[in-house]
Every structure is written in structure tokens, then in C-alpha cells.
Design a protein around this ligand. Structure first.
Ligand code: ADP
Ligand code: ZN
Length: 191
């Protein structure tokens, strides 16, 4: 046991909106930073919920992050010294997410990703299923259902306060759109 070497590792944090994915990611990354491990954090550029160069949880906790749109940009920032890589909202990134992340893991890095496992249609999100399968550790979080208080695994999309339909366009101009955490009983979608 004397020659401890860095073994790469992929940790996934998933669940619906408001389940505390960013909070959990921030908690883990604060610890690696405190331990003095070279850590770098990325956030998709399209997530302009709050400040662009930070990752934020819905309750206001935040850490400095590099905004990117393609996963390949991670490789421009990571060096040999980097030990820990955090990625928030990983499902929103373009590019070969799985191969870039696994390359980093195979180089001995600890990669921690947070992201939605399901979209508003309750279908698996992009490359998330493969990341979840390849991960060394998966944390699946629940929120609180905003209708009944049960544990919520679903993200309800609302347009003008009403449940969105399956075929509603992803980007709606001029409509008031919002998202809510819901349980399986309270989640609704018209097909
Ligand atoms: P995520 O990254 O999963 O969207 P965040 O970490 O950004 O979640 O936010 C989690 C925080 O959101 C909770 O600690 C709580 O303060 C707040 N919150 C708002 N709505 C809900 C809800 N329906 N269930 C649980 N937490 C909620
Ligand atoms: Zn419910």
C-alpha cells in the first residue's frame, strides 16, 4: 500500500430540478479545495440563471467556474496538475461528453458531474444514461413535490402555469415558462 497512485474516478450527481444537485456538487468541491487539491469547475454558458462565471445552487451557494459551451473546451483548461474536475449541468454541454470525461478519468482525474437525468418529457437526457452507467459512484437525489410534498423525481414544465405538452417547442417566445419538482403522481404531460 505504500505507493498510492491517483486512480481516476467518475462521480455522477443526478435528479430533477431543485433536488440539490448543485448544492451537493459545491459541497464536494469545497472539500477538495480545502484539502489543497488542484480543482477546476465548469458550467455551461447557456445556463445564465445567475452569474456566468460561477456555479450556483437555488439557495444561493456558489463557487467560481469557467463557462464553456463544448465539453472539448475542458481539455484547454485542465493541466497535468489538475486533480479534480467539477462540471455542473453537464447534460447541457455540446460535444463528445462521454469520451472527453472518460479520457480525463483514465488519466487519473476525479471527475464530478451534476446533471438532470430526465428532461421535462420524463425521458432520459442526452448522454446522461451512458455517464450514469460508466460512473464509479451515482447519487440520485429527489426534490420535494410542489403539489403534495412527496419525494419528487420529475421536472414539471409549466407554460402559463399549465402543464406543458410533449410537443411544445423547447424555446417559446413571449410565453411565461417555469419548472417545478413533482412526484410520479403529480407529474403531467399530454402526448
Ligand atoms: P438543482 O441543482 O438540483 O437544481 P440546487 O442545488 O440548485 O438544485 O437547489 C436546491 C435548493 O433548492 C434546496 O436546498 C432548496 O433550498 C431549494 N428548493 C426550491 N424548491 C425546492 C423543492 N421543490 N424541493 C427541494 N428543494 C427546493
Ligand atoms: Zn406529488
Amino acid at each position: 500500500y505504500s505507493h498510492y497512485i491517483d486512480v481516476g474516478r467518475l462521480e455522477m450527481i443526478c435528479g430533477p430540478m431543485f433536488s440539490g444537485k448543485s448544492e451537493e456538487l459545491i459541497r464536494r468541491l469545497k472539500r477538495t479545495i480545502l484539502a489543497g487539491m488542484p480543482t477546476i469547475i465548469f458550467t455551461p454558458k447557456i445556463d445564465n440563471r445567475y452569474l456566468e462565471n460561477h456555479i450556483c445552487s437555488h439557495d444561493g451557494k456558489q463557487l467560481e467556474a469557467v463557462p464553456i459551451s463544448h465539453i472539448e473546451e475542458v481539455l484547454e483548461h485542465v493541466t497535468d496538475e489538475t486533480k479534480v474536475i467539477g462540471i455542473d449541468e453537464v447534460q447541457f454541454l455540446d460535444g463528445e461528453i462521454v469520451s472527453v470525461i472518460m479520457k480525463l478519468v483514465n488519466e487519473g482525474k476525479r471527475v464530478i458531474c451534476a446533471g438532470l437525468d430526465k428532461d421535462f418529457k420524463a425521458e432520459s437526457f442526452g448522454q446522461m444514461p451512458e455517464l450514469l452507467a460508466l460512473a464509479d459512484d451515482v447519487t440520485k437525489l429527489t426534490a420535494i413535490c410542489m403539489k403534495c410534498g412527496r419525494p419528487a423525481n420529475f421536472t414539471q414544465r409549466l407554460i402559463g402555469g399549465q402543464p406543458a405538452s410533449y410537443n411544445d417547442p423547447l424555446i417559446l417566445i413571449g410565453a411565461s415558462e417555469s419548472y417545478e419538482a413533482r412526484c410520479r403522481l403529480c407529474y403531467k404531460i399530454d402526448k
